[in-house]
Design a protein around this ligand. Structure first.
Ligand SMILES: Cc1cc2nc3c(=O)[nH]c(=O)nc-3n(C[C@H](O)[C@H](O)[C@H](O)COP(=O)(O)O)c2cc1C
Length: 478
């Protein structure tokens, strides 16, 4: 007889494989969360093979049950941050597809399956991040600008960086569907085992799902059902083109965590999960929460908080303790989802992760920031039987020098500094260096600024030299 959950050790629980509905077998419960790497280069933003080779080799040999890539933008005009990877109109052709194939094979080399997260930032596309002309507005289901602070400086900065989005036309929605389908084709052709649609954190698909940003009254808005229309269309059309064993997953917000009565509420979030888990086309749903505009979710508050200094004992209580989105996850559990649920946000200890799986609130554990600070955490600590349960936990996610963010009068800049620390560390991993968890925010800014200046100077100098024909060898004249 198979052992009951309570008879299993925490490692046994986490090492139990999961077979997704598409047939893909995940060797264990730990998932490397999608995190944008910020390493791709203009003008085509293809997968940067050299730096990804360093970064994804580390994650590939770390013994994750599944690796989800950072978000890949499907529209080259609209990136979320500089350095996002993009699927563009030539991505299926050589030499572009070759870089994609290399990325897939590097990521899968250690035996973990790997899927690509596809995204569109919608109104969250920063000017200058992609190839969007300065006078082209961002897109959103409705023309609802982002608000990040009350001062005139905040408003001015946001106006310059994001501007006021235009409400999308039906043709633009149809075009976005084609772009996502193209993205899925690129991922599949490259050899990735599936894709995840990014429907969380206030990006375009989540803008359609939220009543705050979706005020349409046509087929794509006006009721909870219609706010889901774009996501349903994408799931249906992508699944029709890529049947099993290709994996199709969705990341969703539990709620927007805005003021009472505003934004996506948990009840509507639950209905969205209900459709996804019962539609028979989706292989797992990742649950997260919050968005850049509203920072009251546990995730946003945790950059400066000490979330844990020792591992909790197993089964201290029946509630899972580490996840930020426990309450929502428990409601999803009551739905008895026929497909696995991945819960992401806040997990740090082996016991905390095993309790979440044992309690049945989720089947998969997402690891984000820990995968940056300790890229090989599963193999080295969480699934390492030489380390006792009491000692098996990831280091804290505290970012040093948070005080610096308070000195910056512009919220759009100050509030993004916590995440810059993690981008910086991913770039270090990309260079073949180790993460530096003790680096403070002021130092991250200093190092990044110097690097940008150096890169800018090198580019400018090489352009000057080229224009002087410096590189041309003297021609032999007979
Ligand atoms: C640097 C960084 C980049 C991220 N990029 C993405 C992304 O591209 N797509 C996404 O769905 N979530 C992204 N996230 C959120 C993570 O996937 C995850 O949901 C979140 O970090 C919570 O997990 P954690 O508490 O283990 O860090 C990012 C988070 C960080 C810290």
């Amino acid at each position: 007889m198979a052992p009951q959950p309570s008879e299993l050790t925490s490692i046994d629980t986490l090492e139990t494989p999961v077979k997704l509905p598409c047939g893909l077998v995940l060797p264990n419960r730990l998932v490397k969360c999608p995190m944008q790497e910020t390493l791709a280069q203009a003008p085509t933003f293809d997968p940067p093979v050299e730096t990804f080779s360093n970064l994804y080799t580390k994650w590939g040999r770390a013994n994750y049950g599944l690796i989800i890539t950072g978000q890949v933008q499907v529209d080259i005009r609209f990136l979320s941050v500089p350095g996002d990877v993009v699927t563009h109109e030539h991505s299926l052709e050589s030499p572009y597809i070759d870089a994609w194939k290399r990325w897939a094979s590097i990521s899968k080399a250690g035996g973990s399956p790997c899927i690509v997260q596809l995204a569109h930032p919608g109104r969250m596309s920063a000017a200058g991040a992609g190839v969007r002309p300065a006078d082209m507005p961002t897109m959103c289901p409705s023309s609802v600008p982002v608000v990040l602070g009350d001062t005139w400086l905040d408003k001015l900065a946001l106006d310059k960086v994001l501007g006021t989005p235009k409400a999308m036309t039906i043709e633009e929605i149809d075009n976005v569907v084609e772009l996502f389908k193209h993205g899925a084709r690129v991922a599949h052709t490259a050899g990735f085992q599936g894709i995840q649609l990014h429907g969380a954190h206030g990006f375009l698909l989540s803008q359609f799902l939220s009543p705050h940003t979706n005020r349409r009254t046509d087929d794509y808005g006006g009721t909870p059902e219609k706010r889901m229309a774009l996501l349903k269309r994408l799931v249906t059309e992508i699944r029709a083109e890529h049947p099993a064993p290709f994996c199709l997953a969705v990341k969703l917000n539990s709620a927007d965590y805005m003021d009472a009565g505003q934004g996506l509420q948990q009840e509507e979030g639950l209905e969205q999960v209900r459709w996804l888990v019962t539609c028979g086309m989706v292989d797992f749903v990742e649950v997260s929460g919050g968005n850049a505009e509203n920072k009251t979710s546990g995730l946003h508050q945790s950059f400066g908080k000490k979330t844990m200094d020792r591992a909790p004992a197993k089964k201290e209580s029946t509630r899972i303790r580490e996840s930020f989105f426990t309450e929502f996850a428990e409601k999803v559990q009551a739905m008895k989802s026929p497909v696995p649920i991945q819960l992401s946000g806040g997990f740090r200890s082996r016991n905390g992760m095993a309790d979440a799986v044992d309690s049945g609130v989720c089947q998969l554990i997402g690891l984000g920031r820990s995968a940056v600070l300790e890229p090989e955490l599963p193999r080295e600590i969480i699934l390492n039987r030489d380390i006792a349960d009491d000692d098996a936990f990831a280091r804290s996610h505290i970012v040093r020098g948070q005080w610096f963010a308070n000195l910056i009068p512009v919220k759009v800049v100050g509030s993004s500094l916590g995440i810059q620390f993690f981008y910086h560390n991913m770039r270090r991993l990309g260079k073949g260096l180790a993460s530096d968890p003790d680096m403070s925010i002021p130092k991250v800014i200093l190092v990044d600024t110097l690097e940008t200046l150096r890169a800018g100077l090198t580019t400018t100098l090489s352009r000057i030299l080229q224009s002087l024909n410096f590189y041309r060898r003297p021609q032999k004249v007979d």
